[in-house]
Design a protein. Structure first.
Length: 120
């Protein structure tokens, strides 16, 4: 919320990424930006990588967007990262010009991914 309150919508994704990274580090989290995720064909590493926006404490992937609406394809991108890395948590955050939007996901040991509902 703090990043969106300061910057609002309309900036490039990289601006939100840098600010969010800074704030998380200030709060004591281990944060990695633009983490390369190699792609394999069976046992052969291909000459192609994905890049995860932020990885927090080696267990949470944060996928950032700065678009009008998130779609199934954006969720699927995060889910694929979670499955490829076996990380237990993922968060899709959209710094939309229309407002801030986020979704949390949990990956179970069996590979099933479910959305986490937070109750107030």
């Amino acid at each position: 919320m703090e990043v969106h309150t300061e910057y609002h919508g309309g900036l490039l994704e990289s601006a939100y990424e840098a600010a969010l990274c800074y704030l998380l580090i200030q709060k004591g989290y281990h944060v990695e930006r633009q983490v390369f995720l190699p792609i394999y064909w069976k046992e052969v590493k291909l000459d192609q990588n994905y890049r995860m926006d932020l990885v927090i404490n080696h267990e949470v992937i944060i996928e950032l967007k700065a678009i009008n609406f998130t779609s199934f394809e954006h969720r699927k991108q995060l889910w694929n990262y979670m499955n490829l890395t076996h990380m237990p948590y993922g968060m899709l955050v959209n710094f939309s010009p229309k407002g801030l939007y986020s979704e949390w996901y949990h990956r179970h040991q069996n590979g099933e991914i479910e959305q986490i509902e937070f109750r107030k």
